[in-house]
Design a protein around this ligand. Structure first.
Ligand code: 3HC
Ligand code: NAI
Length: 708
């Protein structure tokens, strides 16, 4: 018997079966909740049916509310009906037992639906979770009220405020699931449902034993608020989620729902949530390459080699080892190799000490990394990633060497941060297999992986590298070949302006504080100290030799000339105690800056936090427009994603271009034009920026030139 297009009903003996079919993830789009309700009501009236199973068709149970609907609600296109909670209450009130059968992901509204059922069974690899905070909202269909009743306060707070998924085995232990089904899920769920026939359904709303006492709960809530403040600095939703769970301990169920609804609405209409929803879709959009379809054949990558065990090579090797892929890592001499391997070991040991994984897991990962001084075994790997010093001659020499050794069809990748991929590829007879895989520092931590498409790079190589990015936990963003590519091209002006501000009188620590408090993971100058000031210094020296100097402020060069490379030498923009990453302002640096400013005749003034912020970020917006106008990125939202995952931009501000849209394209242009007058050529507005401002087109609608 067909119910609706989205929810089908069928029967197996005395068990009524409702199957949600709303591909790809069975989101609760309009019609799905209504279909479930109609199905439960119809089976309620059917004397032949004694119990009901709710299951997802396709790859998953229900993955949550339909996120596309949220934008329609906040823009007033649709009203949030009273609907969903009432529908779930009706399901819960059913006198016939309802069993949710879970595979894939029961997330958000999906888990909330399952918790309104009387029982839940799942396959062993299913995940359950309340990830709403990752969208800047909180569970809005009684998740904060039913979850604590099933799993207790501690677990409910962890899940609702943290948003991370929970594996089936843990969910069973916590009381969220009643059984793990081995073998066929539907058959298992039907068998389970039969055992409940004739019993009074167990309604989650009636369970109170896990709600605890005010005394016992108080420290749990306090600790959770504290942890959320640290983990999600400046973010509203985790605190609201904790408030809502707390309401479950203080208010009767229906009043608890009303409190949750208030908090949900507040979060949904916040700028933070709008930004985070923009990011959700941006992160999915970035995976779509217009001329590369899903039919492109992927190259199997089961074994990898890395050349260079320095700052980047070691982190790159760790990424593959973490994903279960064996890696060879080659160096030029034993001392460098030992140093590289020791750093890897130290990084892993740190993670074990912090409880991120076990010693046994560390040993497994270490065992996947084979250190060596030769190209032995390079003929058997599927992908080689070069991460030696930045220099065209050296890179070409290495690519010439690996071209002779690598097996046909192997991917030859360079981690270069600036150099021309086509020229590197020209050192081989197979430029179609050459690609830039530009990891961000620290390579084992930052999620951005900038993939650089050379003129000859094949679609298979690109699609494979996009897929590998996902496999090793990165977000791959495909960009065009140009000096510095996209990430560093945008980050360069941002760090450049930080240096100009210092020269103009802003204190080093104040510049960093303004950006940090606004939400960046670190300030620009502290970031320089972390990454190593010598990286840019070497690049500037190469450029000067080639007659292409950018004429940037010289403070960082002066610091490097004094051996102040940043954290690794114990001093850079700040000074550092041994073994401690805390930056301490250094009067010596203040003096260098002051003397340099005096020498250059730069007038001194003070700056507000907002002036600091705009000076830095507007310079990047201008460069981002230039990148789009040259066709080196596919879309403005790719740029947002890059800032989030490469530079620690706060997710709740949506990314560089999204944030700039919040200010307005006309205002951004006017300010940049003004600084152009004041500071000269480095602030020349890009053509695209001017055009957008003239036509009042937001950055997110900017049409980039054809990708090249
Ligand atoms: N609503 C609308 N579309 C969704 C969606 C959702 N909840 N979840 C996923 N999609 C879409 C994606 O946009 C993507 O579309 P595309 O192919 O057009 O780009 C497609 O489904 C596949 O998604 P992924 O590429 O992410 O596929 P994966 O297999 O990698 O991951 C997933 C699947 C784990 C379900 C992941 O998509 C996910 O985490 N989704 C979000 C889940 C979520 O946040 N749920 C809570 C929503 S809020 C809520 O429920 C409020 C409630 O309390 C009232
Ligand atoms: P690094 O100086 O820390 O490491 C380079 C390593 O390569 C050294 O250990 C060196 O001994 C080794 N090496 C040199 N020639 C070799 C050869 N023929 N065979 C094997 N090993 C060889 O440099 P880092 O910082 O790791 O940079 C590597 C590459 O990554 C460069 O292209 C750089 O531009 C790029 N990059 C650097 C980032 C950073 O923040 N450090 C960020 C992103 C990219």
């Amino acid at each position: 018997m067909a119910m609706s297009d989205l929810v089908q009903s069928s029967k197996s003996g005395e068990i009524g079966i409702l199957t949600v079919n709303n591909p790809p993830v069975n989101a609760l789009s309009p019609g799905v909740p209504e279909g479930i309700l109609a199905g439960v009501e119809a089976f309620g009236k059917d004397d032949g049916v004694k119990a009901i199973v709710l299951i997802g068709g396709g790859r998953t149970f229900i993955a949550g509310a339909d996120i596309k609907e949220f934008g329609k609600m906040t823009s007033g296109q649709t009203r949030r009906g009273p609907g969903f909670n009432e529908i779930l209450n009706t399901v819960e009130k059913s006198s016939k037992p309802v069993v949710a059968a879970i595979h894939g992901t029961a997330f958000g509204g999906g888990l909330e639906t399952a918790m309104a059922c009387h029982y839940r069974v799942a396959v062993a690899d299913a995940l359950v979770g309340q990830p709403e905070v990752k969208l800047g909202i909180i569970p809005g269909a009684a998740g904060t009220q039913r979850l604590p009743r099933l799993a207790g306060i501690q677990k409910a707070v962890e899940m609702c405020a943290g948003g991370d998924p929970v594996k089936a085995a843990d969910a069973l232990k916590a009381g969220i699931l009643d059984q793990i089904v081995e073998g066929d899920l539907l058959a298992g769920a039907i068998a389970f449902a039969k055992t409940k026939i004739g019993q009074a359904p167990r309604r989650t709303r009636d369970l109170t034993d896990k709600l605890g006492t005010a005394e016992a709960n108080a420290p749990v809530f306090a600790a959770a608020r504290d942890a959320a403040r640290k983990r999600a600095r400046n973010v509203l939703a985790p605190q609201a989620a904790i408030d809502a769970v707390e309401a479950a301990t203080k208010l009767p169920f229906d009043q608890g729902i009303a409190r949750e609804a208030e908090l949900f609405q507040k979060c949904l209409f916040s700028d933070q949530s709008k930004s985070m929803i923009h990011v959700f879709f941006g992160e999915r959009e970035v995976a779509k390459i217009p001329d590369i379809g899903k039919d492109i054949q992927l190259i199997p990558v089961n074994k990898v080699a890395v050349i260079g065990a320095g700052t980047m090579g070691g982190g790159i090797a760790m990424n593959f080892a973490n994903a279960g892929i064996p890696v060879l890592i080659k160096e030029t001499d034993q001392a460098a190799l030992d140093r590289g391997m020791n750093t890897i070991k130290k990084n892993y040991a740190n993670s074990v000490a912090k409880g991120r994984f076990t010693q046994a897991q560390m040993d497994e990962r270490m065992a996947r990394i084979t250190p060596q001084l030769t190209y032995d075994g390079f003929d058997k790997v599927d992908m080689i990633v070069e991460a030696v010093f930045e220099g065209m001659e050296l890179k070409k020499k290495i690519f010439g060497e690996i071209d002779k050794i690598a097996k046909p069809g192997a991917i030859l990748a360079s981690n270069t941060s600036t150099l021309n991929i086509n020229e590197i590829a020209s050192a081989t007879k197979r430029p179609q297999f050459v690609i830039g895989t530009h990891f961000f520092s620290p390579a084992n931590v930052m999620r951005l992986l900038e993939l650089v498409r050379g003129a000859a790079t094949s679609k298979e190589v690109i699609a494979t590298c996009m897929a590998i990015s996902k496999k090793i936990g990165k977000i791959g963003v495909l960009v065009g070949n140009c000096w510095g590519f996209v990430g560093n091209r945008m980050f360069g002006p941002y760090r450049r302006e930080a240096q100009y501000l210092a020269l103009e009188g802003a204190k080093v620590a104040d510049i960093d504080k303004a950006l940090y408090e606004w939400g960046m993971a670190m300030g620009p100058l502290a970031t320089g100290d972390l990454a190593g000031l010598d990286v840019g210094w070497r690049i500037r020296k190469e450029l000067a030799l080639a007659g292409k100097s950018t004429g940037e402020p010289t403070v960082e060069d002066l610091l490097c000339e004094l051996g102040r490379y940043g954290q690794k030498t114990g001093a850079g923009w700040y000074k550092y105690e041994k073994g401690d990453r805390t930056p301490h302002p250094d009067p010596e640096v203040a003096k260098i800056i002051k003397d340099t400013a005096a020498e250059l005749g730069v007038p001194q003034k003070t700056f507000t936090d907002s002036e600091i912020l705009r000076r830095l970020l507007f310079s990047s917006v201008n460069e981002a427009c230039r990148i789009l106008e040259e066709g080196k990125a596919y879309r403005a939202s790719d740029i947002d994603v890059m800032w989030l995952h490469g530079f620690g931009f706060p997710r709740y501000r949506g990314g560089l271009m999204y944030w700039a849209d919040g200010i307005g394209v006309k205002e951004v242009y006017a300010q940049i034009a003004n600084w152009h007058q004041q500071y000269g050529a480095r602030w020349a507005p890009s053509r695209l920026l001017r055009e957008l401002a003239e036509s009042g087109t937001p950055f997110r609608e900017a049409k980039p030139a054809p990708f090249n």
